[in-house]
Design a protein around this ligand. Structure first.
Ligand code: ADP
Ligand code: MG
Length: 165
């Protein structure tokens, strides 16, 4: 029988440090071509999560919001690339189309803040992370897998958050 339920993991992060720590596990498992979408309001903790992911991945670069650039590229010791996109300031779909996700995806993993602003352009197979503000220090995180590869990453998160929330 076909299982139509989307595989998912939910947990509660109780601090920015915890969000980063969980991100590190995901980052350590990232491979070229992976697409991680990060949905959540301003201040939800998307960039904080990306900081952990980049650290776990082995980035030598400082992670900040790609405010003016829209795309930040991080590198690790092996000169692999990690693309951090923030489409918050994109003016139009046309502008989004110019980003050429396919080329980036061929060269590294993609972390996308505000993915809903360019959902049409994002590959159907992806990990989708939704972060919700609960109170000052708490965030509810809901992660769903869309595609077989992402079931593996979901499993990594399941283990990372075992006993959390
Ligand atoms: P976004 O990229 O979603 O706009 P940021 O990561 O830039 O959000 O900012 C999140 C803010 O919320 C930071 O100041 C961070 O320290 C704070 N924060 C408090 N608790 C948490 C938590 N549990 N997880 C992530 N960030 C948190
Ligand atoms: Mg951000």
């Amino acid at each position: 029988m076909q299982n139509l339920e989307v595989p998912r993991v939910d947990f509660l992060s109780r601090s920015p440090e915890q969000t980063r720590r969980i991100g590190q596990y995901l980052g350590a498992a990232l491979q070229t071509g992976d697409v991680i979408c990060l949905q959540g309001d301003l201040g939800a903790g998307k960039t904080t999560f990306v900081q952990g992911i980049a650290q776990g991945w082995g980035s030598r670069d400082w992670v900040s919001s790609p405010t003016f650039m829209i795309v930040n590229v991080y590198r690790n010791e092996d000169e692999n690339q990690l693309f951090h996109l923030d489409t918050y300031r994109l003016e139009s779909t046309l502008e989004a189309e110019e980003l050429d996700l396919q080329t980036m995806q061929a060269q590294g993993a993609l972390l996308i803040e505000w993915p809903e602003r360019m959902e049409r352009l994002i590959p159907r197979e992806r990990l989708w992370v939704k972060i919700e503000h609960v109170n000052q220090e708490e965030r509810r995180m809901e992660v769903t897998s869309h595609g077989k590869r992402y079931d593996n990453l979901l499993e990594v998160l399941r283990r990372a958050t075992y006993g959390v929330g």
